[in-house]
Design a protein around this ligand. Structure first.
Ligand SMILES: CNc1ncnc2c1ncn2[C@@H]1O[C@H](COP(=O)(O)O)[C@@H](O)[C@H]1O
Ligand SMILES: [Zn+2]
Length: 351
């Protein structure tokens, strides 16, 4: 049963800006997928990292390979995307930016074009069913696939930026941070930026990316994913911190993901503290709620209990996130209004 504190975090209206589609698949949806494909012999323990468990980042990337085997057709993507959107809505998320890497699978006839179209169809169906959430999509570039695929992905994203009625709003750079170098992807990212796609880049997720981050911060990105190793105390540098601060680039923070993936030793050592104390734009996110067995309410509660945030401070965090979305201006205004309407009701009833 929910305690009163749990209730506050669940009722708190939230903005989710860093969620990978295939990492966000819930236990229940995973069960359905596993049953659909018994020949793969996949067990649930291979697709999620439970409470108290940890994996290396390399092991996390093995988990995604397993999930990709389970989600490999238009039918799967439609089901998974709709379920993920409904789950975020049920958790009190009012605005969601979902991101996903386009894949083609010869066996099922899936193409990259159909991949995006299917995600957009899921978003459309949820809207039609009046699920209480606004959803936008970021096309993900997997750094492991190199510059040609990145460029091809940017071209597709650009087509949809123009034709999706503002649902496709940006580009994500993700994938195993230990593979490849951002310099090879720079021209694709520049092209994306020039055509009006917003950039959300995973930067300094591991310590070895200092030069890459230095280079990619010149773009500059519109948001940073993780930024775990930006500051000098953890092997980053003053110059990186200065660039991020000067350009006021919001950082997407994923506490459970970083602790379970072992890039951060414990919750109290999370870099959220460093940036939040400086008054830098921080936004709490889940990253992969399915793989890391979390949800956004839990992430807010975790940040509050670890860093001693008051309910008022938690409210501010969730409200400020509206300003860091890639949503068109009228949508931001609508969200601000929603937050204002709910504020009294929720802060009073749960304090
Ligand atoms: C844990 N930290 C992380 N760091 C970097 N990239 C990550 C990630 N978590 C997820 N992804 C990226 O998202 C893909 C799965 O969702 P989609 O198939 O795109 O929907 C992974 O294959 C990886 O490229
Ligand atoms: Zn991520």
């Amino acid at each position: 049963m929910d305690t009163e504190a749990d209730l506050f975090y669940r009722q708190l209206p939230k903005v989710e800006l860093h969620a990978h589609l295939n990492g966000s698949v819930s236990f229940e949806t995973m069960e359905t997928l596993i049953k659909r494909k018994p020949h793969l012999n996949i067990e649930h323990s291979m697709t999620a990292i439970r409470h108290g468990q940890r994996r290396t980042l390399d092991e996390c990337f093995e988990v995604f390979k397993v999930i990709h085997q389970l989600v490999n057709s238009e039918e799967d993507i439609l089901m998974v995307a709709k379920a993920v959107i409904r789950e975020f809505a049920a958790d009190g998320v009012k605005y969601l930016e979902l991101r996903s890497t386009l894949r083609e699978v010869a066996e099922t006839g899936l193409t990259k074009q159909r991949y995006i179209e299917t995600v957009l169809e899921a978003i459309r169906q949820c809207k039609q069913e009046e699920v209480d959430i606004d959803v936008r999509f970021l096309v993900a570039v997997d750094r492991r696939h190199g510059p040609e695929v990145a460029m091809e992905t940017v071209k597709l994203a650009e087509d949809f930026l123009l034709s999706s009625n503002e649902v496709v709003v940006g580009l994500d750079l993700s994938g195993d941070p230990n593979v490849g170098h951002g310099k090879d992807l720079l021209s694709a990212l520049e092209k994306a930026k020039n055509c009006g796609l917003k950039l959300a880049l995973h930067l300094s997720e591991v310590p070895s990316q200092r030069d890459e981050t230095e280079l990619l911060l010149n773009l500059p990105p519109d948001r940073i994913g993780h930024g775990t190793f930006l500051h000098p105390e953890v092997g980053g540098s003053d110059s990186l911190v200065e660039k991020v601060c000067k350009q006021n680039i919001p950082i997407e923070m994923c506490l459970t993901s970083n602790v379970k993936g072992q890039t951060v030793p414990s919750y109290d050592k999370h870099h959220f503290q460093y940036w939040y104390k400086r008054g830098h734009p921080c936004v709490l996110c889940t990253d992969d709620k399915g793989v890391f067995c979390t949800d956004l309410s839990q992430e807010y509660q975790l940040a509050a209990s670890t860093f001693g945030l008051t309910q008022e401070a938690v409210w501010m965090l969730s409200q400020q996130a509206i300003g860091y979305t890639f949503a068109p201006e009228p949508i931001k205004q609508r969200l601000e209004k929603k937050w204002a309407e709910l504020k009294k009701e929720i802060l009073q009833c749960c304090s």
